[in-house]
Design a protein around this ligand. Sequence first.
Ligand code: UT7
Length: 318
Amino acid sequence: MRYSRITATGSYLPERVMTNAELEVLVDTSDEWIQARTGIRERHIVRDDESTCDMCEQAALRALEAADIDANTIELIVLATSTPDLIYPSTACLLQHRLGIDNNCAAFDVQAACSGFIYAFSIADKFIASGAVKRALVLGADSNSRILDWSDRGTCVLFGDGAGAMLLEAATEPGIYVTRLHANGAYSSLLQVPSGVSKPTGDPFIRMRGNEVFKFAVNAMGSIVNETLEECGLEKNDIDWLIPHQANQRIIKATAKKLDMTMEKVILTVAEHGNTSGGSIPLALDTGIRDGRIKRGDNLFFEAIGSGFTWGSVVAKY
Ligand code: UT7
């Protein structure tokens, strides 16, 4: 039996920080409302000349530096994004070239909105577990500010930009205990960017029925806790850290409660990052590793829900 394990991480946030006070000037909102309803204080926003691939490059370089390995030893790149630089080639292909990788390794994007990193993580784990590759670079990144309607207070206060990268490598001991992926397209109208390539509608911005998404998210994240633990045979108190998708502190609190966890055991970045979609989980993971909270041997519970709806979880030993 082959296993995969997380060997190193890196992340990147754009330099420009946008506070809630700045949003008060753009739309009818308040710092008080945003903090009370979401937990968000500020978010990072890409420069006009900065792209998803630029952010991924910085995050990947930091992960490669942490692992002290040559980029050309990477055998697979899986990149989760809903805001690619181009329609094609994929951002993963652009990134491969940027990193100077010329070994012809497979590189592709995954689109599962805010659950994208969980999907990418699961795919890379399966590639390694099957013996197809030994070292994968897994990324999640989004430039959400490019698809925000800055006059829609129901969405523009929620999102931010950022990228995270993780190296996943073959191991002899179990590193990833279980991955669970779900989707239900019946909910597609509740959270979407309506204008597409084959079906242009003229509305290229995030549209969300927030309260309905919220209710689904709390239920889905609650049930996935039991389902995931049951499958990997771990108890709630075996989990050291919850590393959730960072959309709303109230959804995260409800999931932590399901795991009988105090908020001290949750890696929470939503206050400083906002919702960075595909970037949020690898950004939180890298934050927790670099500040020393997450230690080797700790059991980590990752979960996310996003447009689709898509949702999923991963339980891993770091
Ligand atoms: O990452 C993908 C998954 N996404 C999510 O998980 C997001 C899930 N949804 C949420 O996080 C929450 O639903 C929101 C934060 C988006 C909204 O919070 P809520 O507690 O569900 O508020 P609501 O939509 O029920 O709106 C309550 C009130 C409304 O006013 P009325 O009708 O009560 O007068 C809204 O118009 O708050 C109003 N409102 C705002 N007020 C000030 C909505 N947005 C704002 C705003 N500032 N930015």
